[in-house]
Design a protein around this ligand. Sequence first.
Ligand code: SF4
Length: 433
Amino acid sequence: MKLLLIHCWNENEKSYRNRFSSLFAYPSLTLPTIYSLIPKNAFSKIDTIDENSQQVLYDKEKYDLVLLSFETSSCQTAYKHCREFKKRGTYTACGGYHATALPDEVAMHCDTVISGPAEISLPQFINDFINGNPKRFYRNDNVCSAMYRIPARDKITEKKKLKIPAVIANRGCNNSCKYCSMRTMWKSDPRPVEDVVNELKALNSKMVVFYDPNFFGDREYAISLLNAIKPLKILWAADATVSFGYDDELMQLAYKSGCRAVLVGFESFSAQSLASATKHSNKPDKYKGVIDNIHSHGIAVNGCFVLGFDHDTEEELIKIPQYIDYLGLDLCRFAILTPYPGTEFYEEYKKSGRIITDDWSRYTQNYAVFQPKNMTPERLEEIYMRVWKEAFKWRRVFKRTFHSVWRKKPYVFVLLGANIGFKFLGIDKRNKK
Ligand code: SF4
């Protein structure tokens, strides 16, 4: 029997697919992780397609089963694939964030829906499928980090991707930001430190990026991991919250273990907006101090901002590029607030009649899919594009890079590449409008 695994990508969404920007995309762990969960010898052939860089060709091969994983914005592309493969007599099964949030909707388009973490459900489904008795729905949340398999990276062909491998130590987070869709899927459950270290050793790479949504969230675990990583002499980057910037001991240890950059979700310059999203650790008047503090430990900061909270005004949003100059960030990126199905924000906005479209292909963080409080959806989108454009003017790209904490390091060109990559990512977003 033959199996095809697809990580679907919204066909209207060019970002990361075009020109330069695709060259700066980190490799996804979705397909390698799914691949690692397929019981051995269950299939005579397994092919994979990451739509980020590969095309789905329906008639290239006849598959017995196609497994599709996708986020909300890619679901319509996934549904099209399901229709086409079903026409050709192939069994279709879907999983991922959207299948977890809206299993009944997804079930209208495929034969089987696998919601939540896949560690138990997916092998169960494959066994049932092979025995000719697959069920319509699978969900089993009783997974623990010990079940985590090393992603089968060697089985996946990825084109146009950075050659820096990604690793996950803890895919969950204990915080409760109302807009976060990650919380709908995973709970905080760090992997045994030894397992992470063994995976890093096997990768044999001088640079690594951690995909943990909140790498330092479990402080005690982070300290054990940092101590264990230190002897490996790798350079790495990870996601952190603002709290990291107050913790000198953690920052020192992080630097010594090879941390050279963190991505921090500052999200907003409005204290009221942050409070409404239960992002309690963020205090806008402390951002400058936090960034200076992280820089003083030799670590660069990529700041992320979300536009469209209820307390955001046009005047304040337009000033974001100037605020970023003042903060001295090394890299930045932006998103329009997007209430994803399954999140508290979605429920709140739906109840109050503020969701203006259920066209999921627009849930890319580039469109206003809800009615903002202080401006029209169109105006929010306009300001969003303007903020990307202003923040990535060439003079800002060069200033951010060559005034950065990495300015005297040989890897400063990685930062230049990232700033240029993000500039083109912003242009991709504008071109698509
Ligand atoms: S801190 Fe980040 S990962 Fe954790 S709940 Fe908030 S947005 Fe999600």
